[in-house]
Ligand binder design. Structure first.
Ligand code: URA
Length: 241
């Protein structure tokens, strides 16, 4: 494991800015393996050394995975001059990790979005060859009947001629002018669900992502809230890293 400067380690671990942590070091509040350390440039091994701050062990994860329930009105980007991004929702504690969203949800789409700084995880889940299943719950401004189920299974041909991979559709509710449906797709083309319904002249008026592979949206997370992936979710994430 490469060695890292103590002040860098502490600031990466969210203890404070580089200058703040140097102050803590001077104040003799940082210990390495039970011995106080007063030199900010001391090299440490994150795997072997035990670092404490005010007697509490400092843990540092290089890669982190946040589960966000994306709200409406924020874009799936890391920065933007005009729009609020999913990264703007995070506290400073997480901003320092340089997280990015794994894939994109439209500005008006809500639901499950994973944020990470692990490029390998993003690559391995977003690669079109992987065919990761993503499920959505949608409101449609019209009648969606059983005939659609077969059409989704066969592969919808979008207006630009692209033939979608077979998708699953189930109907929760349907009346002449409104339906509630669940869709599972194995790819992530731009506006895909909206464009799939557009081929039938229908509009998606509400869209929520409910799962990503085996990770299911935690409905106890309010829109706009996030948390670290839990143990179960980490088991799923680890399959891709
Ligand atoms: N399909 C869409 O149309 N929009 C999304 O945000 C995700 C899937």
């Amino acid at each position: 494991m490469p060695l890292i400067r103590l002040d860098k380690f502490l600031s990466n671990a969210g203890i404070g800015s580089r200058s703040e942590v140097r102050e803590y070091i001077k104040q003799r509040r940082i210990w390495i393996d039970g011995v106080v350390c007063i030199k900010a440039d001391t090299k440490i091994d994150k795997e072997k050394n035990i670092i404490t701050f005010d007697k509490r062990v400092v843990s540092y994860e290089e890669y982190i995975y946040l589960i966000l329930n994306k709200p409406k009105g924020v874009i799936s980007a890391t920065e933007d001059e005009k729009e609020k991004t999913v990264i703007d929702l995070l506290s400073d504690e997480y901003k320092k990790y340089k997280l990015f969203p794994v894939g994109r949800l439209d500005k008006d789409t809500v639901g499950l979005l994973i944020l990470t700084n692990d490029g390998k995880f993003a690559h391995n889940t977003l690669s079109p060859k992987k065919h990761i299943e993503k499920s959505y719950f949608a409101h449609i401004n019209g009648k969606v009947d059983d005939k659609y189920i077969e059409k989704f299974k066969e592969g919808i041909i979008l207006k630009d001629g692209y033939k979608c991979l077979p998708a699953k559709l189930s109907i929760d509710y349907s009346s002449d002018n409104f339906s509630k449906v669940n869709i599972t797709i194995k790819e992530g083309k731009y506006h895909q669900i909206k464009r799939m319904f557009e081929t039938f002249g229908k509009k998606v008026v509400y869209l929520k992502r409910t799962s990503f592979d085996k990770i299911i949206l935690d409905e106890t997370l309010e829109e706009g809230s996030y948390r670290l992936a839990n143990e179960e979710e980490m088991k799923i994430i680890k399959k891709f890293i």
